[in-house]
Design a protein around this ligand. Structure first.
Ligand code: SF4
Ligand code: SF4
Length: 321
């Protein structure tokens, strides 16, 4: 795979600082039952890196001692971490809102047959990737058969009340473009998704989040191989809007890797750009317990234009309307 950081490090992206911390995003490891083309963590079934019990304990200690409201669990397939359910149960007991970035196909994996019920019982928000509502496009990006397996997963969640108004069981779908283009406007695309999924599959969801592909890891490497890296970066830069700077997720989120190190966001984690505090080049979550990060500078590079291009893109979808 081609390295992208050398192409991104020299940047004129504006300097930005952290605000109030609202979300702790935890990468529980790189194991996944899928190996998607665009995956920015290069996850797959053969990866062995998973967060251990000690770091899970630190996550819980941090949640218990900070005012952070949300725990955002990601991977790989976060559910494949052996302590996933314990972490969710404890975080909910602490009153935290828990989000599971679920790939949907995991719901039918051997040993995970009761996962959907577990998530519903603990009122976990499910955030699920469905990069298109057309079968061929999804299978092209995520692997053969993934679309139908994803629909089966969505139906299972719907049957438990996910996506239905009034249940409080939120089911967000995540869209990202197949190729080196910006996502279309979120609102119009959401209407298209809703109509198609309802009509053809009887599937309901709460909202659609549109995300731009980041020019890093597997997707960035693919752009380099195809000679499209510079062109895609030029598109992101040309589409930058200053008004999106306030909404970028790194202002209110920290991202923890499976070894307990902390980054300003998931993308920085994948690029190996750590969160630095008080001259220390690299911090662990344990170092941040009891510390206020507001005002801390954010580590930026050229990939950050992926967050501010067009409608903007954060882990919560488009930033501006
Ligand atoms: S399902 Fe998600 S984590 Fe797994 S390979 Fe695909 S994009 Fe990566
Ligand atoms: S890539 Fe990360 S650090 Fe850069 S603007 Fe986006 S969220 Fe912030």
């Amino acid at each position: 795979m081609h390295a992208t950081l050398p192409l991104l490090a020299a940047t004129d992206f504006p300097a930005i600082q952290r605000g109030r911390l609202e979300t702790l995003q935890v990468n529980l490891g790189y194991r996944c039952n899928q190996s998607c083309v665009h995956c920015h963590v290069n996850a797959g079934p053969k990866r062995t890196e998973v967060m251990g019990r000690e770091s899970i304990g630190t996550v819980l200690a941090f949640l218990g001692s900070s005012g952070v409201a949300n725990l955002d669990l990601t991977g790989g397939a976060p559910e494949l971490n052996p302590w996933f359910r314990e972490l969710v149960t404890e975080a909910r007991r602490l009153g935290k809102h828990v989000m599971d970035r679920c790939n949907l196909t995991i719901l039918a994996e051997p040993g995970q047959e009761d996962l959907a019920e577990f998530l519903a019982t603990h009122r976990v928000e499910v955030v699920a990737s469905l990069p298109c509502y057309l079968e061929d496009n999804v299978d092209q990006q995520r692997g053969k058969g993934v679309f139908q397996a994803s629909i089966a997963g969505l139906r299972r969640l719907n049957a438990l009340g996910y996506g239905a108004p009034g249940t409080g069981l939120e089911l967000a779908l995540v869209y990202n473009p197949l190729g080196p283009d910006l996502p279309p406007p979120q609102e119009g695309l959401e209407q298209g998704y809703r109509a198609h999924l309802r009509e053809h599959y009887g599937v309901e969801f709460t909202r659609l989040l549109t995300l731009a592909n980041m020019p890093i890891q597997r997707f960035g490497s693919m752009l380099i191989s195809k000679g499209q890296f510079r062109q895609y970066m030029a598109l992101l830069r040309a589409s930058h809007r200053d008004e999106n700077l306030d909404g970028v997720m790194c202002r209110s989120l920290i991202s923890v890797d499976w070894q307990g190190y902390v980054y300003d966001c998931d993308f920085n984690q994948m690029l190996g750009l750590p969160l630095a505090i008080e001259g220390r080049p690299r911090a662990r979550l344990a170092d941040l317990i009891g510390r206020d990060l507001a005002g801390n500078p954010i580590a930026v590079a050229d990939h950050c234009f992926g967050c501010t291009a067009g409608q903007g893109s954060s882990c919560g979808g488009a930033i501006s309307g």
